[in-house]
Design a protein around this ligand. Structure first.
Ligand code: OGA
Ligand code: NI
Length: 370
């Protein structure tokens, strides 16, 4: 039995209910949030209700003018100082930016989004065969990876595919998204490699430094589906978090709802046709010793929908080596002492997963005391 709040408890009177049983019933249905919407619910089940008291909601700083940086990669070949400086600022000050002229054809972007949607809109019976909470599987359909750990469930289903470093056999992918997932994965991996080179240069390292640390060695694709929500103000599509990887490249559709936290305020990450959203992951913040920032972000639930997005996480995930990651020596000096202790990717991910999305930074756990 867990203490929680009733769904419409404006007075925040705690009540108790068998939350575990309700989570389990939802999990056992194997039909995700989409299944609830298909069943015609008009009120969200209480496992999705976000507790009313939110620290960040009580702080309302004075609005400032700010837009997410957009970086044109057209002149990438020349390694122009302008692009490198743009990446340094965007990665070091905001942690979030969009890239245009990134080389991934528009048709590939469109087909990937359509296929991600296509998977989530398959009959439940077909999707069920991919539904699992076994973390060692390479293709996982599920809803809320942290369902049993988090304080409230998110209005989101996900198809998770581990694409590298060991190539995924296409047969393991659902037919509806098979070919385009393989193609998108290839293209995004190439773009990721370019971004790691730019990021290396941007923080004063040789272009291949981050790649040499295996930052681009593994990647996973997460196709998210955020169904239209009948009571969007009571829940979230994704709780505030920063990504547990080196780098994320995100393809989003036009619906909107993604927000990034910058100087204690939420800013929309607007849909920019043809662009890809890039954000620094926690592991890159750790090894760059804060030269690059892993910004916290969230996704609002929306009355409109579905919203579809495809995130590519650069992380070795299922293939973490014994390699130890800590602040890169070349970035350290008397004035810049290490801010984090060393860890393995495996330890970092298991800490992140055990915690669930709880709005608290996983990085804090690895911070050295001043
Ligand atoms: C994520 C994420 C944002 C989105 O997958 O970590 O933050 O827009 N996704 O779906
Ligand atoms: Ni994220």
């Amino acid at each position: 039995m867990a203490a929680s709040f009733t769904r419409d408890s404006g007075t925040q009177t705690p009540t108790t209910y068998d939350r575990f049983q309700e989570l389990k019933a939802f999990d056992d249905s194997k039909s995700g949030v989409k299944g609830l919407v298909d069943a015609g619910i008009t009120k969200i089940p209480r496992i999705f209700c976000r507790p009313k008291v939110e620290d960040h909601d009580s702080v309302k700083p004075i609005p400032t003018q700010f837009t997410i940086p957009v970086i044109d990669l057209e002149n990438i070949k020349t390694w122009s100082d302008e692009v490198v400086e743009g990446i340094r600022k965007a990665g070091g000050e905001v942690g979030f930016f969009q890239v245009v002229n990134h080389g991934v054809p528009q048709s590939v972007l469109e087909e990937m989004l359509a296929a991600a949607r296509g998977f989530h809109e398959l009959p439940t019976e077909v999707k069920k065969s991919y539904y699992t909470r076994e973390k060692t599987k390479k293709v996982i359909y599920g809803s809320n990876f942290d369902l049993y750990e988090s304080r409230f469930a998110n209005w989101r289903d996900t198809l998770f595919c581990v694409m590298g470093p060991e190539p995924l056999h296409p047969q393991q992918l659902p037919l509806v998204c098979r070919d385009i997932t393989m193609e998108y994965s290839k293209q995004i991996h190439k773009l990721g490699t370019t971004l790691f080179k730019l990021l290396s240069k941007a923080i004063g390292l040789t272009p291949d430094h981050l790649i040499g640390l295996d930052c681009s060695k593994g990647h996973c694709l997460l196709s998210h589906y955020y169904p239209a929500c009948p009571e969007p103000e009571l829940t979230l599509g994704t709780t505030k978090h920063s990504d547990p990887d080196f780098l994320t490249i995100l393809l989003q559709d036009h619906i909107g709802g993604l927000q990034v936290s910058h100087q204690n305020q939420w800013f929309d990450v607007p849909f920019l046709p043809g662009a890809l959203v890039v954000n620094i992951g926690s592991l890159l913040q750790l090894i760059s010793n804060d030269k690059l920032k892993s910004a916290e972000h969230q996704v609002l639930a929306n009355e409109k929908g579905p919203r579809v997005s495809v995130a590519c996480f650069f992380t070795p995930h299922l293939y973490p080596s014994t390699r130890i990651y800590g602040p890169i020596k070349e970035l350290l000096s008397k004035e810049n002492p290490p801010l984090y202790r060393e860890t393995t990717v495996e330890d970092f991910i298991s800490y992140y997963d055990s915690k669930g999305l709880d709005e608290k930074s996983a990085l804090a756990h690895f911070k050295l005391q001043p």
